[in-house]
Design a protein around this ligand. Structure first.
Ligand code: ZN
Length: 254
């Protein structure tokens, strides 16, 4: 009889545990939405981004695409935060990274345009730590790894949607930028980032045909959709499962 009671108790306990598992499964089906931080580059402490190139400027282009990208990502169910609330708002690069950290972003997209005698788009990420002017060293190795994955997936999405419109310059590293190299291999916005971060040089604005593309509403929309496609390919690292004891506590009833 005693044994029977113990068995019944055990059964009841395991049933309870199963229910608890079921409940936690139910919760797991509704994970926190992926948070995307859009950072329309400029004005920053480095540059105003207002130099006129082919009838437009970097600040205007980055803002126009950012607004469309926000729309596109929200329509796909993402939570979106933006480092600026107005086109002309000056934000320091360190503050851009800290904004993404504070908002618990899963990925940070920094939108820029290049100026050179080349053309096309490229996606940059920090592949090593750098050192900022104040001595801060970063980003941490898991952020480097996450940024590498983010760069690959964002680039893959862009490559597909932009094929035939812009030259694809592939995935590059912060080290390949002037400021990045001066700081040992990472841009300021990467050094202070605690979340995967990529810098997208959407076009080379000094190139007439690139400028023509990104000045048009169709081009801006296509660019925004291309980046959103890339984000959709990016799987944010899942939060670590909460640790809890799987075994029922030993009971005295025996
Ligand atoms: Zn820029």
């Amino acid at each position: 009889m005693k044994l029977f009671t113990a068995l019944a108790l055990l059964l009841a306990l395991s049933h309870g545990a199963a229910e608890a598992r079921q409940a936690s499964k139910g919760r797991a089906k509704k994970p926190r939405r992926t948070v995307v931080c859009i950072d329309p580059g400029h004005p920053s402490e480095v540059a105003s981004g207002r130099d006129e190139q082919n009838g437009t400027n970097e600040t205007a282009v980055a803002w126009a695409v950012a607004v469309r990208l926000r729309e596109s990502l929200r329509a796909r169910g993402y939570e979106v935060v933006m480092t600026k609330s107005a086109e002309d708002e000056l934000v320091r690069n360190r503050d851009r990274a800290e904004f993404a950290n504070r908002n618990g972003a899963d990925i940070m997209l920094r939108l820029h345009c290049d100026a050179s005698n080349a053309r096309g788009f490229a996606v940059y990420y920090p592949d090593r730590q750098g050192q900022a002017k104040d001595g801060t060293v970063g980003p941490a190795p898991p952020v480097i790894e996450g940024s590498r994955r983010a760069a690959r997936t964002v680039h893959a999405g862009m490559a597909r949607r932009l094929a035939g419109a812009l030259r694809d310059n592939g995935v590059r590293t912060d080290w390949q930028t002037k400021v990045g190299r001066e700081q040992g291999g990472a841009l300021t916005g990467s050094i202070f980032s605690r979340v995967p971060v990529v810098t997208i040089e959407m076009v080379v604005l000094s190139d007439a045909s690139d400028a023509e593309f990104i000045k048009s509403e169709t081009g801006q929309r296509r660019m925004a959709d291309a980046i959103a496609d890339g984000v959709a390919r990016f799987k944010a690292p899942l939060p670590a499962a909460p640790t809890r004891k799987a075994k029922a506590r030993p009971r005295k009833a025996r």
